[in-house]
Design a protein around this ligand. Sequence first.
Ligand SMILES: Nc1ncnc2c1ncn2[C@@H]1O[C@H](COP(=O)(O)OP(=O)(O)OP(=O)(O)O)[C@@H](O)[C@H]1O
Length: 271
Amino acid sequence: MSDHALELLSISCTFLSKDDPGQRYTAVADTTLRVKAGEFVSVVGPTGCGKSTLLNVGAGLLEPSSGTVRVFGQTLSGINARAGYMFQTEALMPWRSAIDNVMVGLQYRGVPEAQAREQAEAWLSRVGLSGFGDRYPHQLSGGMRKRVALAQTLVLDPDIILMDEPFSALDIQTRQLMENEVLELWSAKKKAVLFITHDLDEAIAMSDRVVVLSAGPATHPIGEFAIDLPRPRDVAEVRTQPRFVELHTQIWEVLRDEVLKGYAQQLRKAA
Ligand SMILES: Nc1ncnc2c1ncn2[C@@H]1O[C@H](COP(=O)(O)OP(=O)(O)OP(=O)(O)O)[C@@H](O)[C@H]1O
């Protein structure tokens, strides 16, 4: 069996251009990205470069124009059933209580009601929300809703966890709490994680490896860095370590020009 949980091999994605429907826009070009079982990999890159596109390909939600996705050595076709996905935007169903939101995936899988409720309650408690199960999303804070979403993803016990800037909407303190909680949960279960962020500090603090993408069009990896900081880590404390600062300097050296290019593109699009 492959020791890689997820392999994106020579992936390219082209879309009909939003600006000129007669043209095709190459978002991602010839990108290879591998995540080992138990590895935490972050992908950083400028806004709009193609990070979500790559994650959608890994989730099986988007078929690449060319290239192959392998999941534990098997070629993926259709939805990646071994993966759980946590989105940047709120994905909770507003008409369902917190516990019902956590249970929904288990119910789709045909887990009996009582068992699904028990597992959902255990996960709500693991993310610090026992006693909040009957609250509806609008009755919870942004951080609490993220915790529910995390429980909703993890209750299904996926072997691969795909996270698309899951904490970008949170204030910095709540965000750091959540990041530490994710690291704690991850270290207990050691699933493969592919984590998308545009925050380099977050990427370094959380990961075993950071992959840097170029600005679009035709985004592709331009750097890869092993993060050799000791674990367990506290995401706030680790930032003060000299090695963190060193890694940040090295990676920023590669990322900076791409961020500037990405920013210039955003300005052109907006003009
Ligand atoms: N379905 C689509 N049709 C046309 N263009 C698309 C489609 N999906 C993505 N794109 C384009 O592909 C590029 C990459 O988009 P993507 O959302 O993957 O970037 P991103 O790096 O995740 O962005 P952000 O950092 O803002 O979340 C963008 O230019 C986007 O406009």
